[in-house]
Design a protein around this ligand. Sequence first.
Ligand code: ADP
Ligand code: MG
Length: 482
Amino acid sequence: MTESFQYAGATVEIVDAGTILAAARVNPVELLRRATFPSPVRRAELTVSSADTPEGPMHVFAAEIGTTVNDLPHKERIRAVVLGNDPVGILLAKRIAAGDPIATRIVDGVGTAAVAAYRKLGLDRPVTSAEPETGYLADAAGGLQATMTHDPAAGVLRLRAEVPRDEVQPEHLAAMVRLVLQAVVELLPPSTEPLTGRRYVVSRETIPRVATTTQEVTLDQVGGLAPVVAELRQIAVSFRHPEAMARWGARRPQGILMYGPPGTGKTMLSRALANEIGADFREIRTPEILDKWLGGSERNIKQVFRDARRYRVPTLILFDEFDSIISYAGSGGDAASQAINAVAGIFKQEMNDLIEANPNVIVVATTNFPHRVDDSLIRSGRFDVKLSIPKPDEASRAEIFRKMIAQLAAAHEEPGFTMFADGLDMAELGRLSHGMTGADIKEVLRRVQLTKAMQDARTGGMVEPISQQDLRESVAELLGQH
Ligand SMILES: Nc1ncnc2c1ncn2[C@@H]1O[C@H](COP(=O)(O)OP(=O)(O)O)[C@@H](O)[C@H]1O
Ligand SMILES: [Mg+2]
């Protein structure tokens, strides 16, 4: 079912709002990813997801609007903001000029953008805080109100609205789309119908999935790392049998720290462990949320743990690439270090009694920088299992090749189509791929697959299966680039 309406000259079509809202209960649904807007708006992306809050389960509508100014290097961006060329600053200035009390409230908090906006208006008001400040946008028809935050550090405008899960309606989605477009329009140069002739389709994008990239990663697919895999199987057993643990007064591990070079399988092992336990998998990706944390850092990490205490089904929480938080942030006095220290402090404190508070939860953290890990995390028992994930040795590399190739063949070979030649020599590949990680080996195979597929496309199927020589060459090529 498609609903359509006009906004600022554009035609907006919402495809199956009901399905979008239902899907968002399970996984975040990303919308408007490919939409284009007039300059200087470069993107306006909308994500619908679901969250457990103290007020109950909510549908969360979150939009992020970026402008071309964001493409500039950081310094240049600051310059643009300070000089008043920042489109968001101009938006605020326009709103203040129009006597908008909300914009005034926003500007009171936005630091450099505020300085610029005030300067433009010939005002001279002290700016008190560089914290992102919140204002509101409201859609009367849909009855939806979104908070609007300008994050000068990230150079984006964010909109966010929440609707209780049992009240959410397709009309809320339409209202949120109108609010996003309203914010976009305000960022554009003045014009009566700035989006004339444009068409925005709001629908779940169907991304083709390849069988080998499903989340169903299992410990069997891991090559090498036998002791680590054995230990994770033990942990899964202890997790699945709380009654046995209780009977003997034993305590299962509550936190697992995995450290080792990039590409060695830490994320893969975490997913495989969740599968082995039969647990839900929640991934908290530090690099993606860190800039959020620098703004509302403490609030956000607290929310993660507040959610964690409420999971009613077994859940593995992965803090992936948790480097800056599990390592010493040092005693830097700058705002960033302080925020990281605050987050690290809350993280440690919350980890203290998380498992007592909710036996359904197990926490895994990974880092690529083992030498920087804060010892107090391990000494205190917050991470009672510490696993080193080294680069694979020759035998392990051979095993990774064997497992990956077997998996690809299982996924793609069918009667009349042979993907790999017979008699491949895994031991030789293990030897030749000296220094490679599992991720590198995956790349070796990806390149061979691509070459074959391109030949296939050009010749209409006259392609030999992947041979030992093809693999040797791909290994050599990747090594040559290192
Ligand atoms: N030991 C391994 N066995 C099988 N595959 C591996 C192994 N290590 C890495 N890989 C492959 O490389 C990919 C990337 O590894 P990843 O888990 O993201 O590494 P890390 O998190 O340590 O950087 C995995 O999805 C997997 O396909
Ligand atoms: Mg990883």
